[in-house]
Design a protein around this ligand. Structure first.
Ligand code: PSU
Length: 306
Protein backbone atom coordinates (compact mmCIF):
# COMPACT_ATOMS: atom_id res chain seq x y z
CA UNK A 1 0.00 0.00 0.00
CA UNK A 2 1.47 3.34 -1.00
CA UNK A 3 0.76 6.38 1.13
CA UNK A 4 -2.46 8.14 0.05
CA UNK A 5 -0.69 11.50 -0.24
CA UNK A 6 1.72 10.13 -2.85
CA UNK A 7 1.00 10.49 -6.54
CA UNK A 8 3.51 8.17 -8.18
CA UNK A 9 4.09 8.48 -11.94
CA UNK A 10 3.33 5.22 -13.81
CA UNK A 11 6.96 4.78 -14.95
CA UNK A 12 8.20 5.07 -11.35
CA UNK A 13 5.42 2.89 -9.93
CA UNK A 14 6.26 0.15 -12.45
CA UNK A 15 9.98 0.30 -11.63
CA UNK A 16 9.29 0.13 -7.88
CA UNK A 17 6.83 -2.74 -8.28
CA UNK A 18 9.35 -4.73 -10.34
CA UNK A 19 12.26 -3.98 -8.02
CA UNK A 20 14.09 -2.04 -10.72
CA UNK A 21 16.52 0.74 -9.69
CA UNK A 22 15.05 4.21 -9.06
CA UNK A 23 16.87 7.47 -8.32
CA UNK A 24 15.04 10.34 -6.62
CA UNK A 25 15.74 13.91 -7.77
CA UNK A 26 14.84 17.12 -5.96
CA UNK A 27 12.98 20.19 -7.21
CA UNK A 28 14.39 23.11 -5.17
CA UNK A 29 17.46 22.98 -7.39
CA UNK A 30 15.05 23.65 -10.30
CA UNK A 31 12.98 26.46 -8.75
CA UNK A 32 15.44 28.17 -6.40
CA UNK A 33 18.86 26.90 -7.48
CA UNK A 34 19.06 27.78 -11.17
CA UNK A 35 17.56 30.39 -13.51
CA UNK A 36 15.00 29.74 -16.26
CA UNK A 37 15.46 28.24 -18.86
CA UNK A 38 18.70 26.46 -17.89
CA UNK A 39 16.82 24.94 -14.94
CA UNK A 40 14.42 23.05 -17.22
CA UNK A 41 17.21 21.92 -19.47
CA UNK A 42 19.16 20.67 -16.44
CA UNK A 43 16.10 18.84 -15.03
CA UNK A 44 15.49 17.04 -18.32
CA UNK A 45 19.16 16.17 -18.86
CA UNK A 46 19.50 14.81 -15.33
CA UNK A 47 16.50 12.55 -15.88
CA UNK A 48 17.96 11.36 -19.20
CA UNK A 49 21.30 10.70 -17.51
CA UNK A 50 19.66 8.53 -14.85
CA UNK A 51 17.82 6.60 -17.59
CA UNK A 52 21.02 6.15 -19.62
CA UNK A 53 22.59 4.84 -16.43
CA UNK A 54 19.96 2.09 -16.27
CA UNK A 55 17.69 3.51 -13.53
CA UNK A 56 14.31 5.25 -13.43
CA UNK A 57 14.38 8.96 -12.44
CA UNK A 58 11.78 10.29 -9.99
CA UNK A 59 11.75 14.07 -9.66
CA UNK A 60 9.82 15.00 -6.52
CA UNK A 61 7.63 18.07 -5.83
CA UNK A 62 4.35 19.00 -4.11
CA UNK A 63 1.52 20.00 -6.43
CA UNK A 64 -2.25 20.15 -5.94
CA UNK A 65 -2.22 18.71 -2.43
CA UNK A 66 -0.17 15.64 -3.39
CA UNK A 67 3.46 14.60 -3.24
CA UNK A 68 4.35 13.91 -6.85
CA UNK A 69 6.96 11.14 -7.22
CA UNK A 70 8.10 11.45 -10.84
CA UNK A 71 7.01 14.44 -12.92
CA UNK A 72 5.81 14.22 -16.51
CA UNK A 73 7.41 16.77 -18.83
CA UNK A 74 4.49 19.26 -18.67
CA UNK A 75 4.66 19.36 -14.86
CA UNK A 76 8.43 19.71 -14.95
CA UNK A 77 8.11 22.59 -17.37
CA UNK A 78 5.40 24.34 -15.33
CA UNK A 79 7.50 24.07 -12.20
CA UNK A 80 10.68 25.34 -13.88
CA UNK A 81 8.81 28.35 -15.31
CA UNK A 82 7.12 29.40 -12.05
CA UNK A 83 8.91 32.35 -10.39
CA UNK A 84 10.59 31.19 -7.16
CA UNK A 85 8.54 33.61 -5.02
CA UNK A 86 5.45 31.61 -5.96
CA UNK A 87 6.88 28.24 -4.96
CA UNK A 88 7.34 27.17 -1.33
CA UNK A 89 10.86 25.91 -0.55
CA UNK A 90 10.01 22.81 1.44
CA UNK A 91 11.94 21.22 4.22
CA UNK A 92 10.70 18.89 7.01
CA UNK A 93 8.90 21.80 8.73
CA UNK A 94 6.80 22.96 5.80
CA UNK A 95 5.94 19.80 3.88
CA UNK A 96 2.57 19.12 5.55
CA UNK A 97 1.60 22.81 5.54
CA UNK A 98 2.15 22.98 1.78
CA UNK A 99 0.01 19.86 1.29
CA UNK A 100 -2.68 21.31 3.55
CA UNK A 101 -2.97 24.61 1.74
CA UNK A 102 -2.70 23.13 -1.75
CA UNK A 103 0.23 25.27 -2.81
CA UNK A 104 3.07 24.27 -5.10
CA UNK A 105 6.23 23.33 -3.24
CA UNK A 106 9.76 22.44 -4.29
CA UNK A 107 11.48 19.86 -2.13
CA UNK A 108 14.94 20.54 -0.67
CA UNK A 109 17.32 17.72 0.17
CA UNK A 110 15.54 17.17 3.52
CA UNK A 111 12.01 17.07 2.09
CA UNK A 112 13.09 14.98 -0.92
CA UNK A 113 14.58 12.38 1.45
CA UNK A 114 11.31 12.21 3.42
CA UNK A 115 9.24 11.78 0.25
CA UNK A 116 11.65 9.30 -1.34
CA UNK A 117 11.54 7.20 1.82
CA UNK A 118 7.72 7.22 1.83
CA UNK A 119 7.81 5.93 -1.75
CA UNK A 120 10.45 3.29 -0.98
CA UNK A 121 13.25 4.96 -2.97
CA UNK A 122 16.66 4.49 -1.34
CA UNK A 123 18.96 6.68 -3.52
CA UNK A 124 18.78 10.38 -4.29
CA UNK A 125 21.10 12.49 -6.45
CA UNK A 126 21.45 16.26 -6.17
CA UNK A 127 24.02 19.07 -6.42
CA UNK A 128 25.11 19.95 -2.91
CA UNK A 129 23.47 19.57 0.48
CA UNK A 130 22.75 22.49 2.79
CA UNK A 131 24.89 22.75 5.93
CA UNK A 132 26.22 25.07 8.59
CA UNK A 133 26.25 28.62 7.25
CA UNK A 134 29.25 30.87 7.82
CA UNK A 135 28.56 33.01 10.87
CA UNK A 136 26.37 30.27 12.38
CA UNK A 137 27.96 30.97 15.77
CA UNK A 138 25.75 34.08 15.87
CA UNK A 139 22.96 33.35 13.32
CA UNK A 140 22.47 29.65 14.26
CA UNK A 141 21.66 29.06 10.57
CA UNK A 142 22.10 25.32 10.09
CA UNK A 143 20.29 23.54 7.28
CA UNK A 144 17.67 20.96 8.22
CA UNK A 145 19.33 18.74 5.58
CA UNK A 146 21.86 17.64 8.20
CA UNK A 147 19.25 16.40 10.70
CA UNK A 148 17.43 14.61 7.92
CA UNK A 149 20.53 12.68 6.93
CA UNK A 150 20.65 11.49 10.54
CA UNK A 151 17.09 10.15 10.57
CA UNK A 152 15.90 9.11 7.10
CA UNK A 153 17.37 6.04 5.37
CA UNK A 154 18.25 7.45 1.95
CA UNK A 155 21.72 7.55 0.36
CA UNK A 156 22.28 11.09 -0.92
CA UNK A 157 24.82 11.65 -3.70
CA UNK A 158 26.08 15.25 -3.72
CA UNK A 159 29.28 17.07 -4.72
CA UNK A 160 29.94 17.66 -1.02
CA UNK A 161 28.37 20.65 0.70
CA UNK A 162 28.20 23.98 -1.09
CA UNK A 163 31.38 26.02 -0.71
CA UNK A 164 29.30 29.01 0.45
CA UNK A 165 29.00 27.20 3.80
CA UNK A 166 31.30 26.72 6.75
CA UNK A 167 32.61 23.31 5.69
CA UNK A 168 34.60 22.38 8.82
CA UNK A 169 31.54 23.06 11.00
CA UNK A 170 29.30 21.20 8.56
CA UNK A 171 31.53 18.11 8.87
CA UNK A 172 31.56 18.46 12.68
CA UNK A 173 27.75 18.53 12.86
CA UNK A 174 27.47 15.54 10.53
CA UNK A 175 29.88 13.64 12.75
CA UNK A 176 27.89 14.54 15.88
CA UNK A 177 24.71 13.37 14.19
CA UNK A 178 26.29 10.04 13.21
CA UNK A 179 26.00 10.57 9.47
CA UNK A 180 28.54 8.66 7.36
CA UNK A 181 30.26 11.15 5.06
CA UNK A 182 31.83 9.08 2.29
CA UNK A 183 34.09 10.74 -0.26
CA UNK A 184 33.96 8.89 -3.55
CA UNK A 185 37.27 7.87 -5.07
CA UNK A 186 39.43 10.31 -3.11
CA UNK A 187 40.36 11.22 0.43
CA UNK A 188 39.47 14.94 0.29
CA UNK A 189 35.99 16.25 1.04
CA UNK A 190 34.88 17.98 -2.18
CA UNK A 191 33.60 21.58 -2.12
CA UNK A 192 30.89 21.65 -4.80
CA UNK A 193 32.54 23.78 -7.54
CA UNK A 194 36.01 22.46 -6.65
CA UNK A 195 37.21 18.93 -6.05
CA UNK A 196 39.11 19.58 -2.85
CA UNK A 197 37.95 21.62 0.13
CA UNK A 198 41.31 21.21 1.84
CA UNK A 199 39.59 18.99 4.43
CA UNK A 200 39.85 15.22 4.68
CA UNK A 201 36.57 13.36 4.39
CA UNK A 202 35.86 11.10 7.36
CA UNK A 203 35.35 8.06 5.08
CA UNK A 204 36.26 6.97 1.57
CA UNK A 205 34.74 4.41 -0.78
CA UNK A 206 35.68 3.64 -4.37
CA UNK A 207 32.74 1.70 -5.80
CA UNK A 208 28.97 1.86 -6.02
CA UNK A 209 28.81 -1.75 -4.80
CA UNK A 210 30.53 -0.87 -1.50
CA UNK A 211 28.24 2.12 -0.99
CA UNK A 212 25.12 0.00 -1.60
CA UNK A 213 26.46 -2.63 0.77
CA UNK A 214 27.10 -0.16 3.59
CA UNK A 215 23.53 1.21 3.22
CA UNK A 216 22.20 -2.34 3.56
CA UNK A 217 24.39 -3.14 6.55
CA UNK A 218 23.47 0.14 8.25
CA UNK A 219 19.80 -0.83 7.99
CA UNK A 220 20.47 -4.35 9.21
CA UNK A 221 22.22 -2.94 12.28
CA UNK A 222 19.07 -0.96 13.04
CA UNK A 223 20.90 2.36 12.65
CA UNK A 224 18.53 5.07 11.48
CA UNK A 225 19.49 7.66 8.89
CA UNK A 226 21.12 7.79 5.51
CA UNK A 227 24.56 8.26 4.05
CA UNK A 228 26.13 11.26 2.37
CA UNK A 229 28.19 10.31 -0.67
CA UNK A 230 30.46 13.21 -1.58
CA UNK A 231 31.27 12.84 -5.26
CA UNK A 232 33.87 15.32 -6.56
CA UNK A 233 32.98 17.46 -9.59
CA UNK A 234 34.68 16.20 -12.80
CA UNK A 235 38.13 17.74 -13.34
CA UNK A 236 37.18 19.54 -16.57
CA UNK A 237 34.17 21.23 -14.93
CA UNK A 238 35.89 22.40 -11.76
CA UNK A 239 36.48 26.02 -10.75
CA UNK A 240 39.63 26.06 -8.61
CA UNK A 241 39.10 27.02 -4.96
CA UNK A 242 41.55 29.94 -5.30
CA UNK A 243 39.38 31.38 -8.05
CA UNK A 244 35.90 30.80 -6.61
CA UNK A 245 36.67 31.68 -2.96
CA UNK A 246 37.06 35.47 -3.41
CA UNK A 247 33.81 35.47 -5.40
CA UNK A 248 32.03 33.58 -2.62
CA UNK A 249 33.41 36.09 -0.09
CA UNK A 250 32.05 38.98 -2.12
CA UNK A 251 28.59 37.37 -2.49
CA UNK A 252 28.53 36.65 1.26
CA UNK A 253 29.34 40.30 2.04
CA UNK A 254 26.56 41.47 -0.24
CA UNK A 255 24.09 39.06 1.37
CA UNK A 256 25.02 40.36 4.79
CA UNK A 257 24.64 44.04 3.90
CA UNK A 258 21.32 43.34 2.13
CA UNK A 259 20.04 41.58 5.27
CA UNK A 260 19.33 38.29 3.44
CA UNK A 261 18.42 35.56 5.95
CA UNK A 262 16.96 32.07 6.45
CA UNK A 263 15.74 30.25 3.31
CA UNK A 264 16.69 33.14 1.04
CA UNK A 265 20.44 32.88 1.75
CA UNK A 266 21.39 29.93 -0.47
CA UNK A 267 19.36 31.04 -3.54
CA UNK A 268 20.74 34.59 -3.22
CA UNK A 269 24.35 33.39 -3.03
CA UNK A 270 23.98 30.94 -5.92
CA UNK A 271 22.52 33.56 -8.20
CA UNK A 272 25.10 36.24 -7.25
CA UNK A 273 27.95 33.78 -7.83
CA UNK A 274 26.39 32.94 -11.21
CA UNK A 275 26.49 36.66 -12.14
CA UNK A 276 29.97 37.23 -10.79
CA UNK A 277 31.42 34.26 -12.73
CA UNK A 278 29.58 35.17 -15.97
CA UNK A 279 27.64 31.95 -15.81
CA UNK A 280 30.58 29.60 -15.23
CA UNK A 281 29.35 28.57 -11.80
CA UNK A 282 26.05 27.45 -13.34
CA UNK A 283 27.84 25.37 -15.99
CA UNK A 284 29.86 23.68 -13.27
CA UNK A 285 26.75 23.19 -11.14
CA UNK A 286 24.95 21.43 -13.99
CA UNK A 287 27.94 19.19 -14.73
CA UNK A 288 28.33 18.14 -11.11
CA UNK A 289 24.64 17.26 -10.88
CA UNK A 290 24.93 15.07 -13.99
CA UNK A 291 27.99 13.40 -12.51
CA UNK A 292 26.02 12.69 -9.32
CA UNK A 293 23.08 11.33 -11.34
CA UNK A 294 25.43 8.82 -13.00
CA UNK A 295 26.80 7.61 -9.66
CA UNK A 296 23.27 7.60 -8.17
CA UNK A 297 22.12 5.27 -10.97
CA UNK A 298 25.08 2.96 -10.35
CA UNK A 299 24.32 2.80 -6.60
CA UNK A 300 20.60 2.22 -7.26
CA UNK A 301 21.48 -0.66 -9.61
CA UNK A 302 23.70 -2.23 -6.96
CA UNK A 303 20.95 -1.86 -4.37
CA UNK A 304 18.47 -3.52 -6.72
CA UNK A 305 20.99 -6.32 -7.33
CA UNK A 306 21.42 -5.52 -11.05
N1 PSU B 1 22.02 21.56 -5.00
C1 PSU B 1 22.24 22.51 -5.95
N2 PSU B 1 21.50 23.66 -5.87
C2 PSU B 1 20.56 23.88 -4.89
C3 PSU B 1 20.35 22.86 -3.90
C4 PSU B 1 21.12 21.72 -4.00
O1 PSU B 1 23.07 22.34 -6.83
O2 PSU B 1 19.91 24.93 -4.88
C5 PSU B 1 19.32 23.12 -2.81
C6 PSU B 1 18.88 21.82 -2.10
O3 PSU B 1 17.48 21.73 -2.19
C7 PSU B 1 19.32 22.01 -0.65
C8 PSU B 1 19.21 23.48 -0.52
O4 PSU B 1 18.50 21.30 0.24
O5 PSU B 1 19.82 23.95 -1.73
C9 PSU B 1 19.91 24.02 0.72
O6 PSU B 1 19.22 25.14 1.15
P1 PSU B 1 19.48 25.75 2.62
O7 PSU B 1 20.92 26.14 2.59
O8 PSU B 1 18.52 26.91 2.69
O9 PSU B 1 19.17 24.63 3.58
Amino acid sequence: MTHPLLDIAPSVAAALAEGRPVVALESTIITHGMPWPQNLDMARTVEATVRDGGAEPATIAVMGGKIRIGLEDDALQALAKTPPEQVMKLSRADLAVCLANGRTGATTVAATMICADLAGIRVFATGGIGGVHRGAETSLDISADLQELARTPVTVVAAGAKAILDLPKTLEVLETLGVPVIAYGQDAFPAFWSRDSGLSAPLQMNSAAEIAKSARLRASLGLPGGQLVANPIPVDAEIAAAEINPIIEQALKEAMSAGIAAKAVTPFLLSRIFELTDGRSLDSNIKLVLNNARLGADIAKEMAGR
